[in-house]
Structures are given as structure tokens and as C-alpha cells.
Design a protein around this ligand. Structure first.
Ligand SMILES: [Zn+2]
Ligand SMILES: [Zn+2]
Length: 302
């Protein structure tokens, strides 16, 4: 018998565990006990080792995989790049949708804030028969006061929290924790107008339902002029829009893009854009404003 086998394998004999592949170069006279004949005995016949039976799964009866059967294999570079590309495509599809949903949620929250301000101001009106900006401070009002927060503060009893005075999309203004004068409170010098996102309508007259009560502060956007206001007895600081040039008015980009929210005295809060904003401003004038001008007090920060 002449046998060759790959170099490095164990020597022949009954004790060999895995002598594959054995190759007969002449007719083997005997097959080792660990080998199985798979062709008639002849020259160059291949014989393969008899492997120990695979361990079986106790439940399914299927052969179990062992670590030796499927050695762990690293990702190739191409596979890794494909996975990264798929994740990138999924992210690019999902992120704009997430951002859009968030912007919509913020507009809705802003609208809800203005509704609460509207209810608060009307609650104050029902109690006093005037809005805060229609009476002098000596009578308990906020006439003559040029800071927007002071007008809102007068009906703080009607508001759940000063947080409703800040628009969720307004990164430059942070809602105050309460109405007191401690750090993070509305009256603290660090808060005040810095906690307010909404203008107050100085020409909000209860009987004139189309007048502006409050709205997103970026309504000016360079198209307004500041000056005095008769009804609120402001010497300066009131923003007005030329009634002949209302077509120029549009929202600044910093809060809701091309959109913005306004609370009207009829009890509605409207999200307005482009010409709708201009039409509503015009209605505010023709809707009974005896002064025929929109005077709003924008919460300016020095
Ligand atoms: Zn807003
Ligand atoms: Zn005025």
C-alpha cells in the first residue's frame, strides 16, 4: 500500500482523527476505520473521513451549528459601505418628515398659547370693562408703559403660566417659570421682554372684533414704523403699518417661516401667510378701528 497525504497531517493508523483528504495512489489494501470509501477501490480514489455525528437540537432534532461549522466572518469594506449608504438614504427620507412634523406641532402650540392670551385678556376685560392698555397705571392699567410684558402681566391671574407668552419656535425668547421677581420669573430683569414672543395690540378694542389682540413678534420685519400711540398713551415705541402699503407686510423668517399666528378680538387665532396677513390687517382697520391704523407693541430687547 502506498498512500500520500497532505503534509502536516497526522500519521496513518487506527488512531487518526481526521486524515482528510487521503488519496490512494494505488489500490489501498485497507480502509482506515476513520475513513469511508466513496468510490470503488482503485487508483486515485478519494476517501473522506467519517465525521463524528453532529450534535442535535433537543427540540427540533436538527443538527446544531457549532462555532467550528460557521467561523465568524468580518464585514468586507463593500458590505460596510452598502450598509452605511442604506442608513444614509433612510435618514435622508425620514429627517425632513420629522422636522416638518415638529414645525407643525410648534405652530399648533403657538396657536394654543395665543388662544390662552386671548381668553386671559377677555377675562380681564369682563372683570374691568377695559383692557390693561386702556387705563393709566394709577387706575390699575398699563397705559403709557412701553414694555410689552407689563401689559401681559396685568392679566397674569387669567393665565396658567407665563410660558404661554413664549412661542415654542422662538429660540431668542425663553418662557419664564412664574410671574414673580425671582431668577427665572417674568418680572426679573433677566426675563421681562426676553420671555415674551408676542406683540400686544394697542388698538385691540373689545367691540371691534377684527382688531389685533396679540401675535408673533416678527410681524414688523422692517415694514413698520415706530412712534406714538394715542389710545395707549405711548409717547414712542408703538409699531404701525402704513394703511396704504399693507401689501409690503410679511412675517420675518425667524419664527414660523412664511407663516405667523395672530389672535383677533373676535376670539379667533389665525395662522396667516402672505396676502392673507395683509387682508386681515386691512380688516383690522375697516373692522371698526376708529384710528384706522394698526398699533402693536413688539417686545423689544435692548
Ligand atoms: Zn409663534
Ligand atoms: Zn395707536
Amino acid at each position: 500500500m502506498r498512500e500520500t497525504r497532505p503534509s502536516g497531517s497526522e500519521g496513518g493508523g487506527a488512531g487518526i482523527r481526521s486524515p482528510y483528504p487521503y488519496r490512494c495512489v494505488g489500490p489501498p489494501l485497507r480502509i482506515l476505520p476513520t475513513m469511508k470509501r466513496c468510490a470503488p477501490l482503485c487508483c486515485r480514489v478519494r476517501a473522506h473521513p467519517v465525521l463524528p455525528p453532529a450534535r442535535q437540537d433537543a427540540y427540533s432534532g436538527r443538527p446544531m451549528k457549532s462555532a467550528d461549522d460557521s467561523p465568524r466572518r468580518a464585514f468586507t469594506l463593500v458590505e460596510l459601505l452598502v450598509v452605511i449608504a442604506i442608513i444614509g438614504i433612510l435618514a435622508s427620507l425620514l429627517l425632513p418628515a420629522v422636522a416638518k412634523a415638529q414645525a407643525k406641532a410648534h405652530r399648533a402650540k403657538c396657536s394654543s398659547n395665543l388662544r390662552q392670551i386671548l381668553i386671559g385678556a377677555h377675562g380681564f376685560y369682563h372683570e374691568h370693562d377695559w383692557f390693561p392698555w386702556q387705563q393709566l397705571p394709577t387706575n390699575g392699567g398699563s397705559q403709557t408703559l412701553v414694555e410689552t410684558w407689563r401689559h401681559f402681566l396685568l392679566f397674569s391671574n387669567e393665565l396658567d403660566s407665563p410660558k404661554v407668552l413664549a412661542c415654542p419656535n422662538d429660540r431668542a425668547r425663553i418662557g419664564a417659570g412664574d410671574f414673580a421677581d425671582t431668577p427665572r420669573s417674568l418680572m426679573n430683569t433677566n426675563a421681562r421682554n426676553r420671555a415674551i414672543s408676542y406683540f400686544a395690540g394697542m388698538h385691540a378694542f373689545y367691540e371691534n372684533t377684527q382688531t389685533l389682540l396679540a401675535g408673533d413678534r416678527n410681524i414688523d420685519n422692517g415694514t413698520g414704523a415706530t412712534g406714538s400711540c394715542g389710545p395707549a398713551r405711548l409717547a414712542s415705541g408703538a409699531t404701525s403699518f402704513d394703511p396704504a402699503r399693507l401689501d409690503r407686510v410679511k412675517w420675518g423668517p425667524e419664527l414660523h417661516g412664511a407663516n405667523g399666528n395672530i389672535a383677533f378680538n373676535d376670539g379667533s387665532v389665525q395662522m396667516l401667510q402672505g396676502t392673507n396677513l395683509q387682508v386681515q390687517l386691512q380688516r383690522g382697520l375697516t373692522g371698526g378701528d376708529p384710528f384706522n391704523i394698526n398699533h402693536v407693541l413688539i417686545p423689544r430687547v435692548p
